[in-house]
Design a binder for this molecule. Structure first.
Ligand code: C2E
Ligand code: MG
Ligand code: MG
Length: 636
């Protein structure tokens, strides 16, 4: 039989949700039915009493058996209705969950109603009255209750057939009664069947909505990839826990865990394997923090909450777990730990941020895998936050200043001024004077560096314009660009705009790009560089040799000036190898057609050596530190 046909006949097994829905609907109907029956029977009992009294007054007292016969019917039905009503109300109020008892009671009640209807319908019929008692009861039982199609068919055939045979036996039914009875049966059956299908489809619809809600609840609380709680549920759970914590006097710790080198694992083994690893780590961490709380923060980052006294032990277990799963990629689990002040209101997001910050700090300390958030970090976080919150203000209120450091001729040994490097300083009303290391990295991390760099470019152009207007002799100024500048705005267009706004020729502005920038987004940088070259800006490679370099960069990119990092001059006096290396670099740059500039010149000896190997230019404290005014280089 087709699925639909089976469904129509109620031969399939509906889900437990639909069964419960139908059952609840029957219990609700039972309350109405029972209420009506109780009222009806009380009314019948009162009429019976009146008949008895009136008959006695008229001198024709009813005989005792007649009274019992009628009264017993009413009493039995009333009692059953009362029991059904009590049970149904208890079920609807979640005081009882026993569906079997409910079903039996409902069956007894239905049968009693039908027998009552048949009996009193017959009585009326025999007396020549309408069979209303039977009609009422059948409509009651088949119309209000939800029956499966087959039981409805059987029950209606039995009750209508039984009634027909019963009355026909007592007084043969005429044709019109037969037709009326048949029509009534069919209508009752159709009502019963349609009630069934309607309730089942309502139940199924409800179930669908419920399932969707459940899925939404899951998505809202659990991380899809790993199946462990997400940050939303972690936040709520921790908040609830902390709300009642004062009484317990327990110090908790928030742990932020990061799988170091996970990107390499993904690159080597593919995203599928990466996902599997994350799931395995999540499962393992769930075991480690079995009696505590754990959640996936994002990507390869997890957060957990445990008592402070076991925090390091847990971090170590997590570290061992990742080591055991990592395969041939060197993965480590780094953990930042933050112990919030339990006496104050703890903001879970901020607490996680602090643990994250402590974790990120570990990057600077190779070989360390756990780190606590302390006062120093706290100050750092505040300063970083201050920088991010105030970068726009710093630009508009002039807290950002350009400092100029002179660059001198070197190859000719003259030490004469040939340029300046523009270096940013942030003079903050709260934090005072800040050198670039205090804010450049933060601005880069939050992708706000463009605000600072545009401000510096404009100030440099404005200063050059003022000098030109005063008729001073000017030298070019080199500007520092971050890798992100090229992603965040159109650098060539902005330089063009500034040089035409202040009427400063492009040969007075040089573009320094640090070596680390070359490792990313090669095509974007190449495109920008060629545009800048077309507009006749000179391109400088900054910090050559500072760590990221490879000689390949010299092959892949075309620079006009090579700025040799000051690392080569550190230990210059004691390290005999420094000189030949510098010599080779200068020669190589010349062969490639580049001008050379050495940074960090602090002594006369260094300058003289650079001059002797033909290094074109020099810059360093020996000639002058960066200053708010363009100072002339110290004379040799
Ligand atoms: P950089 O471009 O390599 O700048 C040279 C740095 O070396 C400057 O530090 C300068 O003060 C310092 N320096 C110069 N001569 C000597 C010396 O003889 N000895 C020593 N020990 N240091 C010397 P500063 O100004 O702190 O800048 C640090 C870095 O910050 C810069 O390195 C540059 O990468 C970045 N930076 C500075 N201003 C800006 C800017 O406006 N935008 C961007 N994106 N980065 C900037
Ligand atoms: Mg520079
Ligand atoms: Mg440099």
């Amino acid at each position: 039989m087709g699925k639909r046909l089976r469904e129509w006949w109620g031969l399939n097994n509906p889900s437990s949700y639909v069964r419960k829905y139908v059952y609840t609907s029957n219990m609700r109907a039972a309350v109405y039915m029972a209420f009506i029956v109780i009222c009806l029977e009380i009314w019948m009992m009162l009429s019976l009493a009146r008949t008895v009294v009136e008959s006695a007054a008229a001198g024709k007292p009813r005989d005792f058996l007649w009274i019992v016969n009628h009264g017993a019917w009413y009493a039995v039905l009333l009692a059953i209705a009362a029991v059904v009503m009590v049970h149904a109300i208890r079920y609807l109020r979640h005081k009882t969950y026993n569906t079997r008892v409910g079903n039996v009671l409902l069956l007894i009640f239905s049968v009693a109603c039908l027998i009552f209807g048949i009996h009193f319908g017959n009585n009326s019929y025999v007396k020549g009255d309408q069979i209303l008692a039977f009609v009422t009861m059948t409509l009651f039982v088949f119309g209000l209750l939800v029956w499966k199609p087959i039981p409805a068919l059987v029950a209606s055939v039995v009750s209508f057939g039984g009634f027909y045979l019963y009355i026909d036996h007592n007084l043969p039914a005429n044709y019109s009664l037969q037709v009326n009875l048949f029509t009534l049966w069919i209508s009752t059956l159709v009502v019963a069947l349609s009630a069934y299908h309607q309730k089942v489809s309502e139940g199924a619809k409800d179930e669908g909505i419920e399932k969707a809600n459940e899925a939404l609840r899951r998505i809202a609380s659990f991380d899809e990839l790993t199946g462990i709680p997400n940050m939303h549920s972690f936040g709520s759970a921790v908040t609830v826990l902390f709300e009642g914590i004062e009484q317990f006097d327990i110090q908790y710790a928030i742990l932020y865990m990061d799988i170091e080198n996970f990107k390499a694992y993904n690159d080597k083994n593919g995203f599928g394997a990466g996902d599997r690893l994350l799931r395995d780590v999540a499962v393992g961490l769930e075991e480690i923090f079995a009696s505590e709380m754990i959640a996936r923060y994002s990507d390869d980052h997890f957060v957990a909450l445990c008592e402070s006294r076991v925090a390091e032990e847990r971090a170590k277990a997590g570290y061992d777990l990742v080591r055991s799963l990592r395969g041939d990629v060197r993965l480590h689990l780094r953990t930042g730990i933050y112990e919030p002040d339990m006496k104050e209101d703890v903001d879970v997001n901020q607490a996680c941020d602090k643990a994250r910050y402590a974790c990120n700090e570990i990057k600077r300390h190779p070989g360390v895998f756990t780190n606590y958030y302390d006062d120093k970090l706290d100050n750092d976080v505040r300063r970083r936050q201050h920088i991010i919150n105030n970068v726009k203000r710093a630009v508009s209120e002039g807290w950002i200043k350009v400092y100029y450091q002179p660059v001198v001729r070197c190859a000719d040994g003259s030490g004469e001024l040939c340029g300046y490097e523009a270096l940013a300083r942030w003079i903050d009303p709260e934090y005072g004077f800040m050198p670039p290391f205090a804010f450049i990295e933060t601005l880069e991390e939050f992708r706000e560096i463009d605000k600072l760099d545009r401000c510096i470019i404009e100030q440099v152009c404005r200063d050059l314009r003022a000098e030109l207007d005063e008729g001073k002799e000017v030298v070019p100024v080199s500007l520092n660009f971050s890798r992100l500048d090229f992603e965040l705005y159109d650098v060539p267009a902005f330089l063009e705009q500034m040089s035409s706004k202040y009427n400063v020729p492009s040969n007075l502005l040089d573009v320094e790009i640090t070596e680390s920038a070359l490792t990313q987004q090669m095509s974007l940088l190449q495109k920008n560089m060629s545009l800048l070259r077309q507009n006749e800006f000179s391109l400088w490679l900054d910090d050559f040799g500072s760590g990221y370099s490879s000689l390949n960069t010299l092959k892949d990119y075309q620079f006009n000036v090579l700025k040799i990092d000051m690392v080569f001059l550190r230990g210059f006096e004691d390290n005999e190898k420094a000189k030949p290396i510098l010599h080779r670099i200068v020669e190589l740059a010349k062969d490639l057609g580049m001008v050379t500039l050495c940074e960090g010149v602090e002594t006369k000896e260094q300058f003289e050596f650079l001059s002797s190997i033909g290094c074109d230019r020099a810059q360093g404290y020996f000639f002058g530190k960066p200053d708010a005014e363009k100072q002339l280089p110290a004379a040799l």
